[in-house]
Design a binder for this molecule. Sequence first.
Ligand code: ADP
Ligand code: MG
Length: 288
Amino acid sequence: MSIVEAKNVKYAYKSKDEDGKEKEPVFALDDVSIDALEGEFIAILGHNGSGKSTFAKQLNALLVPDEGTVFIAGMDTSEDEHTLEIRKTAGMVFQNPDNQMVASVVEEEVGFGPENIGVPTDEIWERVENALNAVGMYAYRESNPSRLSGGQKQRVAIAGILAMLPKCIVLDEPTAMLDPKGRRDVLEVLHRLCDEQGVTIILITHNMEEVIGADRIFVMDKGKVVISGTPAEIFSNVEEMQRLRLDVPEVTKLAHELKNRGIKLRDGILTAQELVEELKGCNIIAQQ
Ligand code: ADP
Ligand code: MG
C-alpha cells in the first residue's frame, strides 16, 4: 500500500511587489510526483533550492498543493479534517536538532508528543522506553538534551517522532549539521527502523553516500523530479548527475573512470565490495 502518494503537485510561494500586487508565481514544486510504499526507504536528493523542503512540508500538511494531490495513508492533505491524523502518520524531523527540543530531560522530550495527543500516562512511558531503545538512547533517558552531541540529539528527535507510532518519518536533511559519526549513527537507526519495524522512511539529503542504501531515489532540480530509480540506476549515469551539479559516490566515480579507460565494468557500482567483485571478473585482481 502507498503511504505517500504525491501526484502532479504544483506549489508556488505567494509574494507581493512594492505596490502590494501579487507577483507572478514561481513554482517551488512544478508537477512533482513521488510515492512511497509501506516499509520503503525513499531518498530525495537535490541541491539547494531544488524544492526538497517545500515537498517535505506537503507531506504533513504544513503546506498543501496549489494543483495536484498529496495522499498520506489514503488521506488527502488538502482536507482539514485529516490534518491531525496525517501529522500522526507522517512525523517530521528537521535539520537543526536544537530547534526541535523543548524539554530539559530526554525522556520528557520524547514523551511530549504522545502526551500532547492525550495518550494515557502508562502507555506514554512504554512508548518512550521503546522509542529510546529503538534509537539507542535509552541510557541517556535522564540526561539534559542540551548536553548531548548533535547526532544524539537527532536520535532523540527521531525517538520523539517514533513515540507517536508513525507509519512514516520524513527527515529534512537530518544529518546536515552532524559530524561523520553522528551521521552514521542516525543513518543506521533509520535503516533499522525501516527493516525491523517497517517504518517508511523519506530521507531528504544532498549527501550522496547517504542514499546508497535507499530502495528508491528521486532526484529534484528546479522544482521538478528529474530522475528516479534504484541507487544503481541513478548512479549509472555519472555524467547526468554531474550535469545536475550532484556528485556521485566516490566508488562510483572511480568505477566510471576505470570504465572510461577501457576496463569493462558495469554501470552503477556503489560500494567498494561491488567494485572488487567486478574487477575480479575482469581478471585484473587475483581471484582469492
Ligand atoms: P531545498 O529544500 O531543496 O533547498 P526549498 O524547498 O527550500 O528547496 O526551496 C525551493 C524554492 O522555493 C527556492 O527557490 C526558494 O527560494 C523558494 N522558497 C523556499 N521557501 C520560501 C518561502 N518561505 N517564501 C518564498 N520562497 C521560498
Ligand atoms: Mg531544504
